[in-house]
Design a protein around this ligand. Sequence first.
Ligand code: DAK
Length: 262
Amino acid sequence: MAYENIIFEKKGPIAIIKFNRPKALNAINPDVLKEVGQALDEIEADKAIKVLVLTGEGEKAFVAGADISVMVNLSPLEARKFSRDGQDMLFRLEALAIPVIACVNGFALGGGTEIAMACDFIYASDKAKFGQPEINLGIIPGFGGTQRLARLVGKAMAKELCMTGVIISAQEAKEIGLVNKVFPHEQLWEETMKTADLLATKGRVSMKAVKRCIDRGLDVDLRSGCYLEADNFAICMTSPDGKEGLSAFLEKRKPEFKGELP
Ligand code: DAK
């Protein structure tokens, strides 16, 4: 299908979704949510895709938040639908079997920070800015921001960011544990693709297992999380990829992962 509000590309095993409303700093409206949903359908159906990268078109923004010009006219029921649709999209990103990197090339504010946090990790340009400035608009984060931010950076820092609405630099975001790595702006894409290429060489079954164990494990007590790990360990160990990886080591050759489960 044709996309207007995002650019959707596949480069070998790497899928790229670029938010594409640069004149509005890639602000998210219902059409963006719909198109991202369609791209995720395509990604899920294509087993050759092993990594997803999200980024923003243009020099200034990843995503400067939900589209304020749309939100201003929402009825209570429409606001709830918009919020739920956004939340559902982010749950889908987290539920994808493949790793998702947020390549934050500029402003990631409000919904932008929320989208980035639903990715597996964040690489940022040294020009990137993060924040939950919704309080300045008399509202609160609506795409899971209060929840994911507190889980990522802790309760007090999440409260400070959501209560003050201040915008922080990429370096500050790294210091509080929101961002994994900060790169000079012009190197961000190359460095992101290097990591995407590396991730694409790994086994699909074990990649999905790591993602599930860490995401789901954080929602439960330590012992339950470790049981979850044991189950996933058993699945990986006895999967064709597990057998291939272990045999390849013993035979001193590179593994060839097929990503299948028996
Ligand atoms: N929405 C719509 N348009 C936006 C926008 C946004 N979030 N951010 C920027 N734009 C537009 C500007 O209006 C401007 O349009 P024109 O005037 O050229 O037509 C264009 O993008 C360029 O922006 P600026 O001229 O303002 O550029 P500057 O470099 O001067 O400033 C800025 C950049 C990012 C600091 C500034 O644009 C800004 O403060 N933007 C708003 C950032 C913000 O507050 N983001 C949070 C949005 S609230 C919920 C669901 C979701 C959410 C909440 C509830 N439910 C339904 C319950 C999430 C909320 C948010 O994300």
